[in-house]
Design a protein. Sequence first.
Length: 269
Amino acid sequence: MDICVLVMEGTNNEAETSHCLTAVGLTPHIVTVRELITHKYSLHQFKGLVIPGGFSAGDYVRSGAIFAAYLRPLLADLRSFITNGWPVLGICNGFQILVELGVLPDCKDSKETPEPTAILTRNSSARFECRTVLLRCEQTNLFTRGLKQGEILELPAAHAEGRFVASAKILEEITTTGQVAFRYVGPPCTITVHGPSATAEYPYNPNGSLSDIAGLGNQQGNVLGIMPHPERAFYWYQQAGWTRRQKEQRHGSGYALFAGMAAYLQERR
């Protein structure tokens, strides 16, 4: 079960991401985007793709834009890879890259134009935000198959450009087609019989994303872009307040996404 962990200069979460993939029984291969462009490797050698977090190309122009520009000649291969049902996970910078490529959101306009139909832009606070956030699972796909709809995850976020912005038309389409995978929600103190607060004001929504969007999937259910970092909450002792947790809770909130990917690939063997 070979997984491509795609990197370029400035990517800095490939080691942690690879560790998580290995821990769920997958075999990660760190591949540079240049190695794909020069055909040293082909996407179709792999059974999955993960684009990890970091600051590719120093986040010049805007986050993920240069990485996406390098990948654009391979966009047809990437779309074929996705159509064939192989999982694609973009974390933080990886999410930004998938949006820049037009892979997410998976809308009619995205397929008809080479231009991105949404953007992950500068945080409303105009500063880098590094904090633990709460996410509510909104969509069931291969990554979230181990989660219940409405389940709350606690993950660390660390980004300066994570504010999801799109037109009202795009927001309506991704909501109608069930592409919103995760939303930011308020703190535990606001949890009622109906669950956490429906909206998340700053700092619970750390970047000002429209509709509190923290993660998007595609309509086929095999692509996920997520802004907070599941690889940084893979084990229970990586969670905030870990000393108050039971040691029997071996897994952190981020474990489920990698485990879901592994379970899906096992079924496809």
